[in-house]
Write a protein that binds this ligand. Structure first.
Ligand code: GAP
Length: 441
């Protein structure tokens, strides 16, 4: 059963606390495009940093890349997107609403009472038409067919067309990977559920090039590593599961595919796909570009087109998953405490520094501590209102540690650290403070 209240509460908290705002809100908003506020941009950056660290910095066999969003239009012909990146669309002639034909059972007719499209006697649905999801624009001053160019619908193709450049400039050998984080655009017919499905989003994709015949093993290995990563950022394991793609679900490029799904308030949904793309992509780019893209295996003295194992996650979708997973309400002393229980490495603010009262030298000492800690991690200074209210504000922002300067601080150079989840306090010397927080974030 969908828990719409939880999503409504989360959307409202995200706006109130500066995580996510609707794009162009003062003009009434732009459909399914969202902006990240001060806390949201830190949260999403932490997601991307954790991914980059695990995929690129912590490994010797993966290189990073930042390819342009605009690519030669032939790329999208070779990739199959011009011909096949389509959704079946149906229009209702009565209410003028549009639906994905394959998702009618998940959609709501705008007419009341609430029913699926086609179920009211007045509904008049058209036959499904195929609708290409790529955004088009024009390169140069003339708006003509020859100048059509696309906003990339996935970052993966930027990796395929650069595979030889990276190989030749990095001394990698197959098996090796290329990772990239970047914007992608899809003119989704039925976007929604906040930042779950949007028209502009960021992907974190890694393409791993392997010898044909070893692809099955690598596929299983990457499935294991990617699930472990989602656990490592703090997602509840029981809310994650695998969804294997059946023959009817497989994308045109995939030999095998598994989604990592999360149990959202609106049901189980994909947050990352692991795909065995075989030699489809490099084979097609070799065919369309006329450039040889095979790999020479010196040890075996053979040439082959590498198979590709892809791991493809949405940065916005993982950010939403972390928000949903972290949100909880608790009753504390007769009041509702709203907490975002992020893993400390993901939390947008690592520590808040709070003088207990605005006198007796406490603000000065607290400011000094704040300026020192701020050099190492994201901190927040707050001296307004009762201490309990300040703790609650930090709970809502997901800040794991609140450092309070109190009457004892001046005499023994110690502060209290209040833990967001347990709400217990520890006394720590100022000289050990930075190390204490660093060890935990
Ligand atoms: N290169 C393969 C590829 O793009 P995909 O399953 O279409 O595969 C991969 O997308 C991931 O990108 C998804 O698991 C999701 O996290 C994210 N994603 C896709 N479409 C999205 C959208 N409209 N809004 C937000 N994230 C999206």
């Amino acid at each position: 059963m969908a828990d719409t209240t939880l999503m409504e509460k989360l959307v409202s908290l995200c706006k109130r606390r500066g995580f996510v705002f609707q794009s162009s809100e003062i003009y009434g908003g732009l459909g399914s495009v969202w902006d990240y506020g001060p806390l949201g941009v830190e949260l999403k950056k932490n997601v991307k940093d954790r991914w980059w660290r695990a995929m690129v910095h912590a490994r010797d066999d993966i290189e990073g890349l930042d390819a342009a969003i605009l690519m030669a239009p032939q790329v999208w012909e070779a990739s199959g997107h011009v011909a096949g990146f389509t959704d079946p669309l149906v229009d209702c002639k009565t209410c003028k609403a549009r639906f994905r034909a394959d998702k009618i059972q998940d959609a709501q007719c705008p007419q009341k009472p609430s029913k699926h499209p086609g179920e009211h006697s007045t509904c008049e649905l058209t036959e499904p038409r195929l609708f290409n999801l790529m955004f088009k624009t024009f390169m140069g001053p003339v708006e003509e067919q020859a100048a059509v160019i696309y906003l990339r619908p996935e970052t993966a193709q930027g990796i395929y067309v650069n595979y030889l450049n990276v190989l030749n400039s990095s001394r990698q050998k197959v098996p090796f990977g290329i990772a990239q984080i970047g914007k992608a655009f899809r003119n989704e017919i039925t976007p929604g559920n906040f930042i779950f499905r949007t028209r502009e989003f960021e992907q974190m994709e890694m393409q791993f090039f392997v010898k044909p015949g070893t692809d099955g093993e690598w596929f299983e290995q990457w499935r294991e590593w990617r699930m472990a990563w989602h656990h490592s950022v703090g997602l509840t394991p029981a809310k994650l599961r695998w969804h294997p793609h059946g023959p009817g679900e497989l994308a045109h490029y995939a030999k095998a595919a598994y989604d990592i799904e999360y149990e959202f308030p609106f049901g189980w949904n994909e947050i990352e796909g692991i795909h065995n793309r075989s030699d489809f992509d490099l084979g097609r780019h070799q065919q369309y570009s006329g450039k040889k893209l095979d790999y020479f295996d010196q040890a075996a003295n053979t040439r082959f087109i590498p198979y590709i194992i892809e791991t493809s996650a949405g940065a916005d979708r993982v950010t939403l998953t972390l928000l949903v997973d972290a949100y909880r309400e608790e009753q504390v002393e007769g009041e509702t405490r709203v907490v975002l229980g992020f893993h400390p490495s993901i939390a947008p603010i690592k520590a808040a520094v709070l003088p207990l009262v605005k006198k007796d030298g406490m603000p000065e000492l607290a400011e000094r501590i704040y300026h020192d800690l701020k050099q190492r991690f994201t901190c927040f200074y707050d001296d307004s209102g009762a201490i309990g209210r300040r703790y609650r504000r930090m709970d809502e922002a997901g800040t794991p540690f609140c450092i309070t300067v109190d009457g004892q601080t001046a005499s023994d150079q110690s502060v209290t650290i209040r833990l967001r989840d347990a709400m217990t306090q520890e006394r720590v010397g100022i000289d050990r403070l930075a190390a204490w927080v660093s060890e935990r974030v």
